[in-house]
Design a protein around this ligand. Structure first.
Ligand SMILES: *Cc1c(COP(=O)(O)O)cnc(C)c1O
Length: 362
């Protein structure tokens, strides 16, 4: 990865789809042009060539996440948003618990309402979603079908430091924006899902890690395509899977493994985030709306004194080869997304620019 932005390669702070490792993108280009005499876009999903891709991608997810025996790794479509509906459709019988920590968590709750009465057992809405709960602040309802959490809140810039202990209630997590960014004990979860386009690949594939008993469970009569059991029994080949996004994900995971896996990522991500948070803490011009203990290492949000200055900041950053810094339209401000593949040089460049902008601001 080039250390400075160039005409070809900017520092990409987009929240998703987002930066991928240049090395992986170059590998993808190879397969794009020639994968056994044709483009990888043209291969059959039933052929042995794709089987090898699917097997390797599955093995890499298992190895890198440390998925224990007794779990399926599935590749699905429809994004994390489809999982918002599929989780309650398949798994919620009497009722389920949800932790409401932001826009995506709320969307998950509103989809669950189509299938019963989800309970919001914790919400940080009153403080504008500036935090995630500590484990002692969340109690699962005895007999609930599951407890749903959003591990990293992409829009609000918050992240769990420790997950609640749900006891015998299965913990279900939307990890779309921090999957594979740090070590996670998968055995504590009944299910983990993530759209690939934030931290592991391009848009078009969703990774689902689901415990056998939950994959088998389907508490209502629903079409085959929406049942986890269908996808588990057919090893993600019930219908045509997203061949190209899976291939691209495999290349990113190969890169991740070469870097030293999730432990190495956690270290790098910690260093990048520290640079930016230290700059925020040292300034009274920039403000972080997020509680210190809930700061996300993936999406770092901050505000400037006015909307006008914010716009100027974004425009000036673009001139310096830093793109994607505008905060989500629902919250405004700045959001710097610094996923696994984002280089530390980009974090340094942002911090230098922040200091210069503050010095010269009117
Ligand atoms: C982006 C995002 C989603 C939505 O993902 P889609 O793939 O667009 O459906 C859901 N949850 C979180 C935490 C996200 O960051």
């Amino acid at each position: 990865m080039s250390n400075t932005p160039s005409k070809e390669r900017v520092f990409n702070f987009n929240a998703g789809p987002a930066v991928l490792p240049l090395e992986a993108v170059e590998e993808i280009r190879e397969g794009f042009m020639n994968f056994g005499g044709m483009s990888v876009l043209e291969i059959s999903h039933r052929g042995k060539e794709f089987k090898a891709v699917l097997d390797e991608t599955t093995a890499l997810v298992r190895e890198l996440m440390g998925v224990p025996e007794g779990y399926h790794v599935l590749f699905m479509q429809g994004g994390a948003s489809q999982q918002f509906a599929m989780v309650p459709m398949n798994l919620m019988d009497k009722g389920a618990d949800y932790v409401s920590t932001g826009t995506w968590a709320k969307k998950a709750i509103s989809e669950a309402k189509f299938f019963g009465s989800p309970a919001t057992v914790y919400s940080s809405q009153e403080t504008k979603f500036n935090r995630c709960p500590r484990p002692d602040e969340v109690k699962a309802t005895p007999g609930a079908s599951y407890l749903h959490v959003t591990s990293n809140n992409t829009i609000e810039g918050t992240q769990y430091r420790a997950f609640p202990d749900a006891g015998s209630v299965p913990l279900v997590a939307d990890m779309s924006s921090d999957i594979l960014s740090c070590p996670v004990d998968v055995s504590r979860f009944g299910m983990i899902y993530a759209g690939a386009q934030k931290n592991v690949g391009p848009a078009g594939v969703t990774i689902v890690v689901i415990r056998d008993d939950l994959a088998k469970k389907s508490c209502r009569e629903i079409p085959a395509i929406f049942r986890y059991s269908t996808h588990a029994e057919n090893a993600s080949l019930y219908n045509t899977p997203p061949v190209f996004p899976i291939y691209a994900t495999m290349m990113t995971l190969r890169w991740l493994k070469k870097q030293g896996g999730v432990k190495a990522m956690a270290k790098r991500n910690g260093e990048k985030a520290k640079l930016i948070y230290d700059a925020l803490d040292a300034s009274s011009f920039y403000k972080s709306p997020v509680e210190r203990e809930s700061r996300s290492l993936m999406n770092i949000v901050f505000t400037l004194p006015s909307d006008e200055l914010t716009e100027k900041f974004v425009a000036g950053a673009k001139e310096r080869g830093m793109v994607g810094l505008k905060g989500h339209r629902s919250v405004g401000g700045i959001r710097s997304s610094v996923y696994n593949a984002f280089p530390i040089e980009g974090a340094r460049a942002l911090v230098d620019y922040m200091k210069e902008f503050e010095r010269t601001a009117p």
